[in-house]
Design a protein around this ligand. Structure first.
Ligand SMILES: NC(=O)c1ccc[n+]([C@@H]2O[C@H](COP(=O)([O-])OP(=O)(O)OC[C@H]3O[C@@H](n4cnc5c(N)ncnc54)[C@H](OP(=O)(O)O)[C@@H]3O)[C@@H](O)[C@H]2O)c1
Length: 437
């Protein structure tokens, strides 16, 4: 049997400790599958005394993950520290430069430094595997990088943040407010104490930027993503969406258009009957549309120690199975130096349907004025409905418009016009509608 693959794990938190436990519990099965043993030979974290729920005494302890990355004791450096700079970046770079394979779950790191790290890995002939970085346990990287050779991707989109999907699911099911749902999510450990990163779309954007690169062969451009979070979604939106046959999801969408590549993260209305609308709670999903395959949807657990460990271990097992001297496939599906510059499509040119919810003074002429602003901007309406607002708020109405395909620029101009006309009593709400099968 080939020599054991020696793994160094940096970061022994939620994911790192799960990886160490599964490697121990599934050692015999992994040996059978990989044809060699996989052993944890080194570990690094901040606190050497903390109980990790798994016996790591046989592994050499390193206070400094960079030293571990360069140590002779390891063949694979597994980075589970997190963060886009600091020890994670320094150690991953050091490991690759020292000719060690790297496995990471760190989307923030890849969103920022992925191309540079891929160049080093490819120059050194080592693997940089990152299945767990996008959608946790769902094998989307492998699917896009390996199983879809020859396909040209036209659009990739997904529910990439479990916290947001959990909140939106509960808001719809229980009719409770965003704030109440968020508090509950925090209490149950589904949301961080500072939830901004998740609910404002940053986490989704990091993951999307990696999918975009894989889909379109472009350099990662995480800073160029249009982003809107879910914090301004109200019960009124959720109810109106339901009445119209839609469900609201926070989607990350990357799409090739005539004017470039759109990368956008925002609340989106998807048809209630679509497959992606059935993805509830903390579950993630990624849809990939290609010229040959059509639409593929993968869904499953996007976070959590074991689910994420499953993806990390799959990556480690691939390294264990790889033959010495074998030329590894490129990190982002094409050689890193051949990744094309990202040509951004401006959001103003985005084409699609729109849901617009307006709260207006209940007076004569308002409805006609709104319809005129739409017509002036060549927006054709699929429906326009007005309701009196029940309860104490007198003299106000809600007007809900659903447009046929139009452009973002036209919608913004029309809504600005309506705002200037002085008919609104509250901020207008605009939610994009996404085509989904
Ligand atoms: N949690 C998930 O469900 C999930 C899902 C997908 C991807 N990820 C990604 O996986 C990575 C790890 O996430 P996590 O949730 O496991 O994080 P975590 O629970 O906060 O664990 C982080 C670990 O890094 C260690 N660490 C921090 N600074 C260090 C340093 N300077 N040197 C060595 N070790 C250091 C910590 O040590 P101490 O324990 O001693 O403090 C801790 O063990 C992140 O990139 C995250 O984005 C997580």
């Amino acid at each position: 049997m080939a020599e054991a693959l020696r793994v160094g794990i940096a970061g022994l938190g939620t994911v790192g400790a799960s990886v160490a436990r599964v490697l121990r519990d599934k050692a015999a099965e992994l040996t059978r599958q990989c044809g060699r043993d996989i052993v944890v030979s080194a570990v690094s974290a901040r606190d050497p005394k903390r109980d990790r729920g798994v016996d790591l005494n046989a592994a050499k302890w390193f206070d400094d993950p960079v030293k571990m990355a360069q140590a002779a004791e390891i063949d694979v450096f597994v980075e589970l520290i997190g963060g886009d700079e600091g020890p994670a970046f320094a150690a991953v770079r050091a490991a690759l430069e020292a000719g060690r394979h790297v496995v990471t779950a760190n989307k923030a790191l890849l969103a920022k430094h992925g191309v540079v790290l891929a160049e080093i890995a490819e120059k050194k002939g080592v693997l940089l595997n990152y299945e767990a970085a996008v959608a946790g346990g769902i094998p989307v990287i492998k699917t896009m990088r390996e199983a879809m050779a020859g396909n040209s991707v036209t659009r990739v989109f997904g529910i990439l943040n479990g916290t947001c999907n959990y909140i939106l699911t509960r808001m719809e099911a229980e009719g409770i407010s965003f704030d109440a749902c968020l508090k509950d999510a925090q209490r149950l450990g589904y949301a961080e104490a500072d939830p901004t990163f998740d609910i404002e779309g940053h986490d989704t954007a990091h993951k999307l930027s990696i999918l975009t690169s894989l889909a379109f062969g472009t350099k990662i451009a995480a800073n160029d993503i249009y982003m809107e979070g879910i914090s301004n979604i109200t019960q009124a939106d959720i109810r109106a969406a339901g009445d119209l046959g839609y469900r609201i999801k926070l989607l990350g969408v990357a799409q090739r258009t005539e004017s470039g590549i759109e990368q956008r993260v925002h609340p989106t209305m998807v048809p209630t009957a679509s497959v992606i609308a059935q993805v509830h709670g903390v579950i993630n999903a990624v849809a990939i549309e290609t010229d040959i395959l059509g639409e593929l949807l993968l869904s499953g657990p996007g976070a959590g120690g074991n689910a994420t460990a499953s993806a990390v271990i799959g990556d480690i097992a691939d390294i264990a199975k790889s033959r010495p001297g074998f030329q590894h496939g490129p990190v982002f599906g094409r050689p890193a130096r051949e990744l094309k510059p990202y040509r951004k499509a401006q959001m103003r040119s985005h084409a699609g349907g729109y849901f617009i919810r307006l709260t207006v003074h209940d007076r004569i002429g308002v409805f006609a004025a709104i319809a005129k602003r739409m017509a002036d901007n060549d927006i054709s309406l699929e429906s326009i409905v007005q309701h009196a607002i029940s309860g104490e708020v007198a003299a106000q109405k809600t007007v809900i418009l659903v447009t046929h395909e139009t452009t973002e620029a036209a919608v913004r101009k029309a809504v600005d016009g309506i705002t200037k006309d002085g008919h609104l009593t509250d901020k207008p709400q605009v939610i994009r509608i996404e085509r989904a099968g």
